[in-house]
Design a protein around this ligand. Structure first.
Ligand code: BTN
Length: 269
């Protein structure tokens, strides 16, 4: 069935997708509170790996660090994908970075926009946030049972649509391109690229993912401030390690390893 108006529908998304796992099952909603919640319930109920949940609008979209995620109707990609990476919870950073690289690559390919990644997974264009990724895992005795990867991309959102408090920091692909972007083609490319990067992780090739992340990073070699669990640290971001943690050199020379947090870049570009 073709999408009514501009609604994305499962058959259209699956048509010509060419993936083996990601997108085997696709659910599309006109409106939901959060695709994360729906996907989580499906995964708990035994949904297979690669199941995708997409909504035209989220009324309670979730961002990282307990924030809200602005998800207006028909103007973005608000979607969650269920993954079953056979990995320990301590290696979830790898999954997170792989997803960020996959989505950044897909946007680059579809739009040629200079998308960069702020650690761990903010998608920035010219220093403004165009999208983000939220990974939520459910684990059992040292093994990840499933991960729900939430993908939020401001595709065709006009600047004035953003709430006042976001307007200075947020952007959309449409604002950066000066024209609308096909959500269907972009979403299909995201699903394909996500599958490629999941395969790299399964083949234990995280170093390839890490190298591409380094190339796309807007964080490395910059002076940053990170707040995490009530602690604030400042230093120079030097690298990521083999688990995707950020390494920050403090003024004392000590290298601090960070597995989460909110990064602010301190120096001017
Ligand atoms: C971030 O804070 O940068 C991550 C944002 C993730 C938003 C997406 S939109 C689809 C999925 N459902 C949600 O409620 N959140 C994620």
């Amino acid at each position: 069935m073709r999408g009514e108006a501009n609604f994305l529908v499962p058959d259209e998304i699956k048509a010509g997708l060419g993936t083996n796992v990601i997108g085997r099952e696709v659910y599309c909603f006109r409106e939901t509170k959060s695709t994360q919640t729906v996907a989580h319930e499906l995964a708990q109920g035994g949904a297979e790996e690669g199941t995708v949940v997409l909504a035209e609008e989220q009324t309670a979209g979730k961002g990282r660090m307990g924030r809200d995620w602005f998800s207006p109707p028909g103007e973005g990609i608000w979607a969650s994908v269920i993954l079953h990476p056979s990995t320990a919870p301590s290696q979830m950073g790898r999954v997170l970075l792989a997803c960020a690289v996959a989505v950044a690559e897909a946007i680059r390919k579809e739009t040629q926009l200079p998308v960069l990644i702020k650690w761990p997974n903010d998608l920035l264009i010219r220093e403004r946030k165009a999208g983000g990724i939220l990974t939520e895992m459910t684990a059992e005795v040292g093994l990840v049972k499933f991960v729900v990867v939430g993908i939020g991309i401001n595709v065709n959102v006009d600047r004035e649509r953003f709430p006042e408090e976001l307007r200075k920091r947020a952007t959309s692909l449409k604002e950066e391109m000066g024209k609308e972007v096909s959500r269907l083609h972009l979403f299909q490319e995201i699903l394909r690229t996500l599958e490629e990067y999941c395969l790299l992780l399964k083949d234990r090739q995280f170093e390839k993912v890490a190298n591409r992340w380094r190339e796309l990073s807007t964080t490395l070699e910059r002076q940053i401030r990170v707040s995490f669990q009530g602690e604030i640290i400042e230093g120079q971001a030097t690298d990521i390690d083999s688990d995707g943690a950020l390494l920050v050199r403090l003024d004392s020379g000590f290298i601090k390893r960070l597995v989460g947090g909110d990064v602010t870049v301190l120096e001017e570009q």
